[in-house]
Design a protein around this ligand. Structure first.
Ligand code: GLY
Length: 301
């Protein structure tokens, strides 16, 4: 953990690349850089610690080992003591196809995933989720709500990359469209410390969510651009267009943020869900819109 550039640069000079450099504060999911070499590491350290890149959130940075593996999102609903696990889901954090380009808050997600089998679910429950809930309670930070563990599966073993205390976006879209249990009832039980042990019920079909983002994202974006085709996309069966950064301007829907909509579809299998989601994506448009064309391919290839 570093607060001065000189110490951070000395550290990276002594370690093998790639290295992961993180702003310690809140950076809207964009505070992580995987530095491939010394030059990239040094410019990232300077940009973060000077406050240029993330303001006060970058005044302290964390440098970590790079883990190569498969990312998996595990989301638990916790009532302070008991918990229910959501099905596994997978995000696509890089802006461009093939996991290229800058890191974003998430450009698409799918659920379920073969990474979430019964053995791994038990391992994650007992080695990650349960110790975390117990540790929070021991520290007198008894937690109820969504506990999100962002995991990297390396050689079959889960490593925690990050925790969030929210559902995760766009994993939420891929999960909520599959959730058959009454979400309000479950959340009320969690909030009142009364979670029942009945497992959550899930639609067995697959869900695929494709994020459509404004030009410039994950950097500064132009907003206020009219969005075309939302009504046509809404006609596609088992497809929901979740609004993230939209606004109504005299009755016309316009862009109002970086990630604008999360186009999400259900299908008998992931390939069908993916095809429906991309059919809807093809109907929605605005100048400079960005989206990945390979959401779900991690599972399908
Ligand atoms: N999709 C990752 C997150 O919401 O942080």
């Amino acid at each position: 953990v570093f607060t001065t550039a000189a110490e951070a640069k000395t550290y990276v000079a002594q370690h093998a690349f790639p290295l992961v450099i993180k702003a310690d504060g809140l950076a809207a999911g964009k505070g992580v850089v995987i530095a491939a070499n010394q030059a990239e590491a040094e410019s990232t350290i300077d940009a973060m610690l000077s406050g240029r890149r993330h303001g006060a959130a970058g005044e302290r940075i964390v440098i970590e080992e790079f883990l190569a593996g498969d990312e998996l999102s595990c989301i638990a609903i916790v009532d302070g003591e008991r918990y229910l696990l959501c099905e596994g889901s997978r995000d696509h954090k890089a802006l461009e196809d093939g996991d290229q380009g800058p890191n974003t808050g998430g450009m698409g997600a799918f659920s379920p995933t073969h990474l979430w089998n019964e053995t791994r679910r038990r391992t994650i429950a007992t080695t990650v989720i349960e110790p975390t809930i117990a540790g929070l309670a021991r520290d007198e930070r008894r937690f109820s709500g969504f506990l999100y563990a962002g995991l990297m599966i390396v050689n079959g073993n889960p490593y925690v990359l990050e925790y969030n205390v929210r559902m995760g976006d766009p994993e939420a879209q891929a999960l909520l469209i599959r959730l058959q249990s009454d979400l309000a009832e479950v959340l009320l039980s969690a909030a009142t410390g009364n979670l029942q042990s009945t497992a959550l019920q899930w639609d067995p079909r697959a869900a695929c969510c494709v994020v459509m983002a404004a030009p410039g994202y994950p950097g500064p974006v132009t907003t206020g651009t009219p969005i075309q085709g939302l009504d046509a996309a809404a006609q596609i069966a088992d497809c929901v267009v979740f609004h993230a950064g939209t606004a109504s301007n005299d009755g016309q829907l316009v862009t109002a943020g970086g990630r604008v909509v999360g186009v999400t579809a259900l299908g008998e299998d992931l390939r069908i869900a993916q095809a429906s989601a991309y059919e809807a994506v093809g109907m929605i448009d605005w100048p400079g819109v960005q989206h990945r064309t390979d959401i779900g391919m991690k599972e399908l290839c």
